[in-house]
Write a protein that binds this ligand. Structure first.
Ligand code: TXE
Length: 480
């Protein structure tokens, strides 16, 4: 058997073992084998990473560099990612059974995150206000300091890059702690940053579990910003921990996205996106369209077409080009999703298709259920898997009420060819993002974040600038 790969911490531009040399196993959920090991970060490792990032911020060149030069350095990292995109995608596919084509797509979006924020900080201007009092006032956006970033396993590289890119672009230094389930691609990103010539301490990768590695960086008073994507429960712990030293937080948490299909929708388009919205990445997307509402007049036809499209998805090895759908990211997560499927069965859900695979794989097949009560756990709670719960509705008001009847509010989708209805419903939905006749399309200039249990704060474009900087007002008298 070939020797297992090892993913260390990257601290001060050097890849290292943990100080106590502890490691943890990294699984391939498709083959159900341990294919790598990673350094198990403890408090001493977190301390070393924070010390490095702090020194790089307080004394190093990065925050003092010109904006054009910093943009150039980040574009160089993006160039290296492009050159090595197959390797990066291979790591994510191996690490979480993401179909390779989807992993390649994610790498492309990760690269774009870096390029976008490199240019955004270079080109964006503050406001200038000439004042009637004989002054003018302008804003300046200086870096905030050391950023602790905690990322999840569903888009290992993409979610990490979404945090790292604006953080470093605005002149901060960063410690990223990837999920313990998926340390591989983020560690490789750290190696590429060294290769790109980043100064030591600008991007530190701390591997390990939420406790102690994650909580050690969120709770340290040398950290100035905390950005986190993960579960709503952990988000509350992270916020409490950051509050001990008054660090602002940006939290992107769970979701239970509503997808509303009106009778006048283009059905081919609505079916295509309904499938993407809940079965892409095996439904392990905080933005998933996991609650589907279909207007009465088209219910039977829509369900027949949606079910057929779900059954047509090829399930298999993530590296087989025909595969559209594969195993869940870990045994732990498979057990969670499987238990929701069993609960839906015991609560009398009507299964149009799907269920837990019986071949010993960690696959839950694309699952479509209706007939669940509105307070049933699989209907209300985030399953984070390929399980769509469906209901019918009669009126627009009823659809909006059903969609908004949730603790979450990350996103929603609606399908209609009626322009006024599209705007009206989009405006009435309680969600951070609303997609009309599409899904998953992002413009990085727009706000991204959630309402209610889905999060705190917004990132994207100027929203990221606000979070990752200390905006300052300068008021100047003009001598007359
Ligand atoms: O999440 P956690 P898990 C949801 C989804 C999933 C559930 C559990 O429903 O089934 O969460 O997944 C780090 N201080 N989402 O257990 O615990 C942890 O190491 C600091 C939705 O993976 O939130 C990892 O890096 N950090 C979501 C990250 O937090 C801590 C994506 C996420 O882990 C910590 C993932 C602590 N006390 C899961 N405890 C989305 N919004 O997309 C854990 N971590």
């Amino acid at each position: 058997m070939s020797e297992k790969q090892f993913f260390g911490h990257i601290i001060d531009n050097v890849e290292v073992e943990s100080i106590d040399r502890q490691r943890f196993d990294v699984w391939n959920p498709w083959t159900q084998e341990i294919w790598a090991q990673a350094a198990e970060g403890g408090e001493a490792d977190a301390d070393a990473a924070i010390t490095s990032a702090r020194k790089a911020f307080d004394e190093g060149p990065w925050p003092r560099m010109g904006r054009v030069e910093r943009a150039k350095a980040i574009h160089k990292l993006a160039d290296l990612m492009e050159e090595r995109s197959n390797e990066l995608a291979t790591l994510d596919s191996t690490n979480m059974a993401k179909p390779f084509a989807q992993a390649k797509h994610d790498v492309g979006r990760s690269i774009w995150n870096f390029r976008f924020f490199a240019d955004h900080q270079r080109d964006s201007c503050g406001e200038v206000y000439p004042m009637d009092s004989g002054h003018h006032s302008y804003s300046e956006f200086g870096p905030a300091g050391v950023v602790a970033a905690i990322s999840p396993w569903n888009f290992p590289l993409m979610m990490a890059s979404w945090k790292i890119a604006p953080a470093i672009a605005w002149g901060n230094t960063c410690i990223i702690k990837p999920s313990e389930d998926t340390p591989a691609s983020v560690t490789m990103l750290g190696r590429l940053a060294v290769e790109a010539g980043f100064p030591p301490g600008v991007l530190n990768v701390l591997n390990g579990h939420g406790m102690p590695a994650g909580s050690a960086i969120t709770g340290d008073d040398r950290v100035d910003r905390v950005t986190f994507t993960g579960s709503s429960t952990t988000g509350k712990h992270v916020m409490a921990s950051a509050a001990t030293h008054l660090a602002p937080v940006s939290l992107e948490l769970g979701g239970k996205g509503a997808n509303i299909v009106f009778e006048d929708a283009d059905l081919d388009n609505a079916v295509y996106w309904a499938v993407e919205a809940i079965f892409r990445n095996a439904g392990q997307i905080c933005l998933a369209g996991s609650r589907l509402f279909v207007q009465k007049g088209i219910y039977e036809e829509f369900m027949a077409r949606f079910t057929a499209a779900a059954e047509a998805l090829t399930i298999g090895d993530p590296f087989d080009p025909a595969t559209k759908f594969s195993a869940l990211a870990s045994k732990r997560h498979f057990d969670k999703v499987a238990s929701y499927v069993e609960s839906a069965q015991s609560l009398g859900g009507n299964f149009h298709t799907g269920g837990v695979a019986t071949d010993g794989s960690w696959v839950v097949r694309p699952t479509i259920i209706d007939g669940l009560a509105l307070d049933a756990a699989p209907y209300c709670e985030e399953i984070f898997g390929p399980v769509c719960v469906v209901n019918s509705f009669e009126t627009e008001e009823e659809a909006v009420h059903l969609a908004n009847d949730t603790r979450y509010g990350l996103n929603a989708m609606l399908f209609t060819e009626n322009l006024s209805r599209a705007h009206r419903v989009a405006s009435n939905l309680k969600a951070g993002t609303v997609w009309v006749n599409c899904f998953f399309i992002r413009d990085l200039r727009t706000p991204f974040g959630g309402v209610g249990d889905s999060g705190v704060g917004r990132e994207g474009g100027n929203f990221s600038r606000e979070f990752f900087t200390e905006p300052k007002a300068v008021v100047m008298q003009i001598a007359r």
